[in-house]
Design a protein around this ligand. Structure first.
Ligand SMILES: [Zn+2]
Length: 410
């Protein structure tokens, strides 16, 4: 009987729900167990009632403790949720601010006076500037909206595409029928033109990334110009001195050395500032002007008429005029100099310079292509042919039988 009562009371105590405050329930259960195992357990109904009353009191206290624990836990949970909610809200606000700032940096355009000093190059262009972006992705995205570098980017990107298509057409077309040397000099020119135009495109697209990237891509841009000038010489000198190996080797060596020297200066961080802008341009003009040396030599050997006809010097003269005009426009900043702010987006001097560079390179290509056609038709008798001694009256056989031998082996 004593065992049965003890078991029932213990079961009643154990049945008290305490999922939220297990420590309080455990303490209560422990107290009830101590009571039920007390050595003086009751032996009549009165004692049993007292015992039941004491048990009920303990259960009540346990319930009160559990309710308090639940209240405490609930309050704590509400505080935690409020804190988490505030943190999440703050983070969301911060994220929105970052997105707004990024969007602003990507699409916003600035005036000359609101961009960093290192981005200021031409104070006749008043607006339409991108600012420092610190992101290559943002720089690349700037291809898809209008700013004052859009024309510079696309003028040389389109030029690059034209030369890529021309190189593929030539490589799979007429060049495939010529020997290795012909193919080599043309490929040197094609690759040089494409390198120059791609370097320029990348510079204008990416220079707003940061001052460091401005320096890197500026140097690559100038290196590309040196490569184009040197690459343009190869087919020209090759066909001018087609029958004069010594002169050909000397001039090709000269332009290679000059090209490497110019590329070295272009790559040197010392010369990439705005302060050296005119110096760099003069250096490259000097390199281009060195082409006058083989022209003068060839004209001296065969006379002006022969030089013009055999080596397309007239076409190459137009090419030189385009390059020089572009360089003069670039340095003098015409037309925006006379109408500040009116040419911010289209047709400012740098864009015109770019267009003239592409036009000059294409003119050069046409010139050396024509020179190659002459050489392939007349070989080393071409000079005499042009002098009127045979081509007007006969074909290649007559030319060959009356080959003109210049007074100098050079
Ligand atoms: Zn440029």
């Amino acid at each position: 009987m004593r065992e049965t009562r003890s078991s029932a009371a213990a079961a009643a105590v154990a049945a008290v729900p305490s999922p939220v405050a297990p420590s309080a329930a455990a303490a209560t259960t422990s107290s009830a167990s101590a009571l039920l195992t007390h050595p003086h357990l009751p032996h009549n109904m009165h004692d049993a009632n007292e015992m039941m009353h004491a048990g009920a009191t303990l259960l009540h206290d346990a319930a009160v403790e559990s309710v308090e624990a639940v209240k405490h836990a609930t309050a704590h949970a509400i505080d935690a949720m409020a804190t988490a909610s505030k943190t999440a809200t703050d983070r969301a606000h911060h994220l929105v601010e970052r997105v707004e700032e990024t969007v602003h940096n990507i699409f916003a355009l600035y005036s000359f006076h609101h961009i960093p000093d290192w981005l200021r190059d031409n104070d006749f262009i008043i607006g339409g500037y991108r600012t420092q972006m610190n992101s290559f992705r943002a720089c690349f995205n700037s291809m898809f909206y209008l700013h004052n570098e859009t024309g510079n980017i696309y003028s040389h990107l389109i030029g690059f595409t034209i030369f890529l298509v021309a190189a593929c057409c030539a490589g799979y077309g007429y060049l495939s029928q010529h020997d290795f040397a012909d193919q080599a000099v043309f490929w040197i020119f094609f690759v040089a033109a494409m390198i120059c135009l791609m370097m320029s495109t990348l510079f204008h697209l990416l220079f707003c990334h940061s001052p460091r990237m401005y320096g890197v891509f500026s140097r690559l841009d100038y290196t590309g110009i040196a490569i184009l000038i040197a690459g343009s010489f190869y087919p020209f000198v090759y066909y001018c001195f087609y029958c004069h190996e010594t002169s050909r080797v000397i001039y090709l060596s000269m332009i290679t050395i000059l090209g490497v020297a110019c590329a070295y200066v272009a790559c040197s961080p010392k010369y990439d500032g705005v302060a050296f802008r005119t110096t760099r341009m003069l250096l490259f003009l000097g390199m281009g002007a060195s082409g006058l040396l083989p022209v003068a030599h060839y004209t001296y050997l065969y006379g002006l008429a022969a030089a013009v006809n055999t080596s397309s010097l007239d076409v190459l003269g137009i090419m030189a005029l385009l390059y020089v005009s572009g360089a003069v426009i670039y340095v003098t900043r015409v037309p925006e100099r006379f109408f500040p702010g009116k040419f911010d987006y289209w047709l400012h001097s740098h864009q015109v310079f770019h267009i003239l560079v592409v036009a000059a390179a294409l003119t050069h290509y046409y010139g050396v292509y024509t020179a190659m056609q002459h050489r392939k038709e007349f070989q080393c008798s071409v000079e005499q042919s042009i002098l009127g001694l045979s081509s007007l009256v006969g074909g290649a056989d007559q030319n060959t039988s009356s080959v003109f031998v210049p007074s100098s082996e050079f």
